[in-house]
Design a protein around this ligand. Sequence first.
Ligand code: SF4
Ligand code: SF4
Ligand code: SF4
Length: 254
Amino acid sequence: MANDNNRKAILVTPEDCIGCRACQVACKSWNQLPGISTKNNGTYQNPPDLASAAFNIIQYNEVPSQENPVRWLFVSRRCMHCEDAGCMTICPSGALYRTSEGAVAYDRDKCIGCKLCVNACPFDVPRYDAENKVTKCHQCTDRTTAGMQPACVKTCPTGALRYGDRNELITVAKKDGFGTIYGENDLSGLGSIYAFKEEPKLYGMKENPTIPSSVVFWHTYLKPLSFIGLGGVVAAAAIHYLAIGPHKEKEEEV
Ligand code: SF4
Ligand code: SF4
Ligand code: SF4
């Protein structure tokens, strides 16, 4: 766990987002992610969801408006880098870990492909690549440890994405008149925080995100057993089917 005083975050200000998706492109470019075949499903949002080759997406929320036929509200969707991270808690192999800046990153080589983190994540973030290895936003830990900003942040032309000291970002956002900082305290504090003047749910933000109780049970009772002989994979499979149910594949074809 990062020292709270040293914890970094990405501050998203959806009201400043123009939906240009430069952040999506920058992420793909930096992480060398291939293109995804998609089809028009009646919205300009593309791709429609996070994928193994899409670590961040701009969600296009359409809400009724009195002035216009519809009002578009854009919001960047990505890993929230939770302080109480269900994915890390349930991971039996240690593939998901906390960086010194407070992000939740992953070691691809340690991933055993059990997919427990999928159901343990309150935000439906982790995806798996063609080799059954976990993928997601890692807050560009390879850039930030070299003193650079995350690729998406560096590219954003409007300042809708900012990276820096988490406490400072929250202070600045409040000073700028944003009444709600989504993620300030949720799950003991998120590493992707969102500044709103309107209700977060208008932007499709999840209300009161919580870690599934089955994950807590796993962490408290079953995970220790995996270290004394049962084996991580067996215990992982058991908890998956007993407490969560079979994994439902929703990964897009890449
Ligand atoms: S959003 Fe999901 S994948 Fe990201 S740190 Fe939180 S639990 Fe893990
Ligand atoms: S922080 Fe890096 S990995 Fe995460 S969405 Fe931005 S560019 Fe992609
Ligand atoms: S680059 Fe910035 S303004 Fe453009 S879509 Fe991404 S967050 Fe919004």
